[in-house]
Design a protein around this ligand. Structure first.
Ligand code: FAD
Length: 248
């Protein structure tokens, strides 16, 4: 079974994001970048699927040269090959999923795994958009998955319930955190990753449909006030909760 995993390089989740000088994007200076955490689950699920069904796991990202490092991480986890597509221009969810759809048609996998969202832009668009362009079935926010013979059965955790759905292959599966426990690359995997193929090319991006107008930080939180300590502070605290915070 040919399996494709879509991955993205993102700032680490504990980063302090600052808007760039253009006021429309974030400033990457000084940030530590990692593999999008949901994509680690996508890679893990692809490796589990390969173990059950045999085949090849390819990881793909659209990004700059620096994303080679993240692709090598996926190869060290156990993926077989990697593809890095240079965007060469700005893109949005529409143009990115069009470029991904073109590459999926070329690589012809039976299943595409991606993260349910990236933790920087949080669009949660790519999986469903890609499945729409390919006219494939799509499981979003997958919390469990069984691949059958030409079919899949998945579970999604929804508000107050678990939803079980099934569909036919080929499919796009967007992966959630509860799906599995991503493995850490071991030394053998890290050494093997250095020799695995990493193909580079250009993304066939269409025209974007969105324009970013502004990216601004949230308003600064007011400094906390200490109203006192112990039982003596209760009256002052109640007064502030009633008359300032107006939560009582
Ligand atoms: C006008 C405009 C210009 C933009 N220009 C740029 C730009 O130049 N460079 C840039 O990096 N972003 C740019 N962005 C942000 C870009 O649109 C988003 O990264 C993209 O829409 C995907 O959204 P997301 O990252 O929130 O992914 P989501 O839809 O939340 O991601 C879901 C999953 O899709 C997969 N995925 C996401 N991104 C990629 C990728 N790049 N390659 C492979 N798989 C992926 C991953 O598996 C991920 O977990 C721009 C946005 C706009 C609106």
């Amino acid at each position: 079974m040919e399996i494709l995993v879509l991955v993205k390089r993102v700032p680490a989740t504990d980063s302090q994001i600052k808007p760039a000088a253009d006021g429309k994007s974030y400033d990457p200076a000084g940030l530590e970048f990692v593999l999008n955490p949901y994509d680690e689950h996508a890679v893990e699920e692809a490796l589990k699927t390969k173990a059950a069904k045999e085949g090849t796991v390819t990881v793909l990202t659209v990004g700059g040269k620096e994303a080679q490092k993240d692709l090598r991480t996926c190869l060290a986890m156990g993926a077989d090959k990697a593809v890095l597509l240079d965007p060469g221009q700005e893109f949005d969810g529409k143009s990115l999923s069009e470029a991904l759809a073109a590459k999926v048609k070329e690589l012809a996998p039976e299943i595409v795994f991606c993260g349910k969202q990236s933790v920087d832009n949080d669009d949660a668009q790519i999986g469903p958009r890609l499945a729409g362009l390919l006219a494939w079935s799509c499981l979003t926010d997958a919390a469990s998955l069984e691949i059958g013979d030409g079919t899949w059965t998945g579970q999604r955790d929804i508000e107050g319930a678990k939803e079980v759905v099934e569909g036919k292959l080929p499919a796009v599966i967007s992966c959630s955190k509860g799906l599995n426990e991503p493995r850490y690359p071991n030394l053998k995997g890290i050494m093997a990753a250095k020799k695995k193929p990493l193909e580079e090319g250009s993304a066939e991006l269409g025209a974007p449909a969105l324009t970013v107008i502004a990216l601004t930080p949230p308003p600064a939180r007011p400094e906390p006030t200490i109203v006192g300590e112990g039982p003596d502070a209760v009256d002052a605290l109640m007064d502030k909760l009633k008359n300032e915070a107006k939560v009582l």
